[in-house]
Every structure is written in structure tokens, then in C-alpha cells.
Design a protein around this ligand. Structure first.
Ligand code: GLN
Length: 313
């Protein structure tokens, strides 16, 4: 299958923007001080096809920190590096039903496993990046995410400093993981690399290309580079389906029928396997930390573009 013809995609993307731009529900994340001050009315949408076509509208060139949308991509890179069976054995792939920053996620299952879409499993995933030093692991993460985006991504120093100064929960989660032997590098350094990973700057356009790379069996449709093998994309999408929107993942799937991933800066991606990726950016979040306009846009476009994986027509 393919996306509808380019003219229609562009028209529907523009319609989604016009429809949902007036929505004022939700609030910017405030626990990371630098995110609270981002203008709440920024709104970008971009669809990227597996053929490399891009359809952007609104603030799709505005740069913001990737936050939790880094998680599926770092998981893909780690699966590629250590193998999908070992990654599953050491991280877990079951949903927790708890909020993204839950300490319970690392504690409830007796074995300390969660999944790579919540902070506990994501910090453990980052700790598995190849390399003996924090610097080498960080290069691996940054370079890999940059290959997904098709351009070198830069650290947003302000967001990194801001989150580092308010990182008590993630530090606690990392220490708890260590008590279960479920973190595979120094917990403080692993948390720091994870915090950097979350502070990489991306645009909505970058995220659409990253999502389309997952839709395209790991080949970036713009640069043509193979970032990871296709088998890893399948596994990543499976985990996104059950846990990409945390405790609201069931509602999300009911609405869109697609793997998705959100982040607290207000970004969101959806992946339509074989067809393309949808990305949105709009900072105000709902109670689970998912962009309000992003979810409305995804629901509308999944239906309008015929992307729902469970639809029989
Ligand atoms: N860096 C954020 C955190 O660890 C990412 C969370 C998110 O985007 N949901 O709290």
C-alpha cells in the first residue's frame, strides 16, 4: 500500500492544521522548566512517505527537544547492536500501564523489567549502547538518531541543563534498576546520557522522516541510508503499539490503529508500516503527557489517509 496521491495528502494535512489550531486544551510540561516557556500555540504537522515525499504545514521547521520520541529509535539502534533477543531479555517488552516516569514500572515486575518506551526501560536501553565510556555511548546515540533524521542533530543545552537540574525521579529510577541488576552501565552516567538524548533538537519534519524510516524497514527514505535492519523496525513498532503513549496506549490504538510515540515537549509520531510517518508538534499536553493537538491530528489523518492497521478496507 501507499499513501494517497501527494495533492490529496497535502490538502488533508492543511485541513488538519486548520481544524485543530484553535484548540486550547492541555498545558505545556512544567516539571522541566525550559519546556514551560515554549509558546503554546506552536503547531506543526509533517507527513513523510516511504518514497521520500514530504508534506509539511505550520511550524514544521521549528526546533524543539525530542524527549521520549528518542526512545523507539534508541531501542532500534540497541537491537541492531546487541540483537533483538538479548535486548528483549535484558529490557522487557510488556506494557506497564503506569505513567512514563513511574518508579513502580521498575519495581512491580519481580524481575525489574519494563519496556523501552517508559523511562525505566529507556534508561536501561541507553545503558546498553555499545562503548566502554559515557562519551562513546553518547556518540553512538547521537549519531544513530542523526542517521534516522538524515542530518546531524545538536544538543539543546538549555533543555539539557534544565532537565539535569530537575532529574530526581530518573536518577531514582536508575538506582532502583541497579538494585535489580537491570541497568548495564553506571546509573548516574546512564541517566546523564539519557537526559542528553532527550534534549537533542529536532523539527517536526525531522520526526516525520524518522518515523518514515521505521515505516520503510530501516531505510531513511530521504538519504537512502540503511539505519537499522527491517526486522528491528517490526519489533520497535510492536512495543510502540502497546506502550508508546504509556497508560493511554489503549485509547490511542482504539482511535488511530497505529504505533505511536509521544514526548513531553509536545512532539508525536505515528508510523504506517510500508506507507510513511506522521509527525506533529504542539506543546500543550493531556494528563498522561501526550500532545492534545497531536492526538487529534493523528486520529483525523489516520482515518482520512486510510492508515488504520485494523481497517479491512
Ligand atoms: N526527558 C523526559 C523525562 O525523562 C522524557 C519524558 C517524556 O518525554 N515523556 O522525564
Amino acid at each position: 500500500g501507499h499513501l494517497p496521491d501527494p495533492g490529496l495528502v497535502q490538502q488533508l494535512v492543511a485541513e488538519a492544521h486548520a481544524r485543530f489550531a484553535p484548540v486550547t486544551d492541555g498545558q505545556n510540561a512544567s516539571y522541566i522548566p525550559a519546556l514551560a516557556s515554549v509558546p503554546s500555540d506552536l503547531f506543526g504537522i509533517c507527513v513523510a512517505g516511504t518514497g521520500g515525499g514530504l508534506h509539511a504545514v505550520g511550524d514544521a521547521a521549528h526546533e524543539f527537544s525530542i524527549q521520549s520520541i528518542s526512545k523507539p529509535f534508541v531501542f532500534a539502534l540497541v537491537c541492531q547492536a546487541i540483537g533483538e533477543d538479548e535486548a528483549r531479555r535484558r529490557l522487557g517488552v510488556n506494557s506497564t500501564g503506569y505513567p512514563f516516569n513511574s518508579v513502580i514500572a521498575a519495581e512491580r515486575s519481580r524481575d525489574g523489567l519494563s519496556n523501552p518506551m517508559v523511562n525505566a526501560g529507556a534508561i536501561a536501553t541507553t545503558s546498553l549502547a555499545p562503548g566502554a565510556s559515557a562519551e562513546v555511548k553518547w556518540q553512538f546515540v547521537r549519531d544513530g538518531l542523526s542517521r534516522f533524521a538524515g542530518r546531524p542533530l545538536r544538543l539543546d543545552e538549555e533543555v539539557y541543563r534544565s532537565e539535569s537540574s530537575a532529574n530526581q525521579r530518573n536518577t531514582g529510577i536508575a538506582n532502583l534498576l541497579q538494585s535489580h541488576e537491570r541497568i548495564y552501565f553506571d546509573p548516574i552516567q546512564a541517566t546523564d546520557i539519557y537526559t542528553r538524548q532527550c534534549a537533542l533538537g529536532v523539527t517536526t519534519r525531522d520526526l516525520a522522516i524518522m518515523a518514515a524510516t521505521l515505516a520503510n524497514g530501516g531505510v531513511n527514505p530521504v538519504t537512502g541510508e540503511t539505519v537499522v535492519d527491517a526486522i528491528h523496525c517490526q519489533h520497535v513498532l510492536a512495543v510502540m503499539v502497546t506502550a508508546g503513549l504509556y497508560e493511554h496506549s489503549g485509547d490511542w490504538l482504539y482511535d488511530t490503529g497505529l504505533p505511536g510515540k509521544s514526548g513531553v515537549s509536545g512532539g508525536m509520531i505515528c508510523v504506517a508500516p510500508g506507507k510513511g510517518g506522521l509527525a506533529t508538534f504542539a506543546p500543550p499536553l493531556d494528563a498522561a503527557g501526550n500532545s492534545v493537538k497531536g492526538q487529534l491530528t493523528a486520529r483525523f489523518l489516520s482515518h482520512a489517509l486510510g492508515l488504520n492497521l485494523f481497517a479491512s478496507l
